[in-house]
Design a binder for this molecule. Structure first.
Ligand code: P6P
Length: 282
C-alpha cells in the first residue's frame, strides 16, 4: 500500500472519531489560532487526533495545521509534508451546519507552492460523511462508513452548466469590481453559501458554479489560508476540470511567503473564473 493511500485511509478512519467528538466540544477555548480566530474545543480535538495518527505514518515528514503556530515533524526528512485544516467551518458547530477536514499533501517542505501538491482531500460532515480525494487529474468521492471509504463517484468533473454561487465576506466590504461581478452572477445562478468553504465547494463540484472569498477593501489578502485551504481546494477543483484564481491567476502558482498567509480564493467553472479575472482587471 502506498504512503499516499495510507495517509488518505488514516484521514478516513479518523473522520468518525472527529464527528463523534463534536457534540461535547462546542465551547470556545481561551486561546486563538495563529490567524487570530477563536478556537473551539472541537478544533483542538480534531487537530490532536489527526496530527498524532498522521505523524505516526512512515513516509510522513511533517504536519502543519491552521490551529498550530509551527510545523511538527522533521522538515529535512524524506516524506510528505501535510497541511491540514482539521475542522473547516467549525463556527458552524453552534448552528449544527456542515463542516469538515481539509488536507493538502505536499512533496516539499512548507510553506510550499500549490504545484508541490501531489494530492488533496476534504472530509465533509453533512447528513452523511463523504470524502473528496484528488490525485493528479482524478477526483473521487467516497462515503465514509465506520471509518472505511467506499467510492461512490469517480472521475468527477464540474458540470458544464453552472448552477450555484457562494461569495464570502460582507457585501459593503467587497471591492467595486467584485461587487459588479457579483451583481451579474446573482442574476444568473442560485445562492448557496453556508459558512464552511468545503460545503460550498461541494455544491460547486456537484452542480457546477463558483465559490469565492474575495479580497476585501479592509483586507485585500482576503480571509482564507493558502497552505491549508486555498491550495488544496484549488488542486481539487482544477483536477475536476475547473479553475482557481487569486484574482489574477491560478492559486497553485501563488508564491508561498508564510505558513499562515491569506489569499483571495475564487474557484469553479473555468468560464466564470475567466469572467471574474476580466472583471477584476478592469
Ligand atoms: P465568514 C470558515 O471559518 C472559513 O475559513 C471557510 O470555511 C468559510 O468559507 C469562511 O471562513 C467563512 O467566513 O466570514 O463567512 O464567517
Amino acid at each position: 500500500m502506498s504512503t499516499l493511500t495510507r495517509i488518505i485511509d488514516t484521514v478516513a478512519a479518523t473522520a468518525p472519531d472527529i464527528r463523534a467528538g463534536l457534540t461535547g466540544r462546542r465551547t470556545y477555548e481561551a486561546e486563538e489560532n495563529p490567524s487570530g480566530e477563536a478556537q473551539l474545543a472541537a478544533d483542538l480535538y480534531a487537530d490532536d487526533l489527526l496530527s498524532e495518527r498522521l505523524l505516526a505514518l512512515d513516509g510522513v515528514a511533517t504536519y502543519a495545521s491552521e490551529e498550530r503556530d509551527d510545523i511538527d515533524g522533521n522538515p529535512d526528512a524524506d516524506g510528505y509534508h501535510l497541511a491540514c485544516d482539521p475542522l473547516d467551518g467549525s463556527s458552524n458547530l453552534k448552528s449544527n451546519n456542515t463542516m469538515g477536514t481539509i488536507l493538502g499533501v505536499y512533496d516539499a517542505p512548507l510553506p510550499a507552492s500549490g504545484h508541490d501538491l501531489v494530492a488533496a482531500a476534504y472530509v465533509l460532515f453533512g447528513p452523511i460523511t463523504t470524502m473528496i480525494v484528488a490525485e493528479g487529474d482524478s477526483v473521487t468521492e467516497y462515503v465514509i462508513e465506520d471509518g472505511d471509504k467506499r467510492a461512490v463517484r469517480e472521475d468527477i468533473t464540474l458540470p458544464p452548466e453552472p448552477v450555484t454561487y457562494g461569495f464570502g465576506g460582507r457585501v459593503p466590504e467587497w471591492t467595486p469590481a467584485f461587487t459588479e461581478f457579483a451583481r451579474e452572477i446573482e442574476q444568473e445562478l442560485k445562492l448557496r453559501y453556508g459558512g464552511a468553504m468545503i460545503g460550498d465547494v461541494n455544491q460547486v463540484l456537484t452542480y457546477g458554479g463558483i465559490f469565492a472569498y474575495p479580497g476585501l477593501q479592509s483586507r485585500p489578502e482576503g480571509k482564507l489560508r493558502l497552505q491549508f485551504e486555498g491550495n488544496p481546494i484549488a488542486y481539487i477543483v482544477e483536477a475536476a476540470g475547473g479553475r482557481s484564481s487569486d484574482g489574477t491567476g491560478s492559486l497553485l502558482s501563488v508564491e508561498a511567503t508564510g505558513l499562515h498567509q491569506r489569499v483571495p480564493v475564487h474557484v469553479g467553472n473555468s468560464r466564470l473564473i475567466d469572467r471574474l479575472e476580466a472583471a477584476l482587471a478592469d
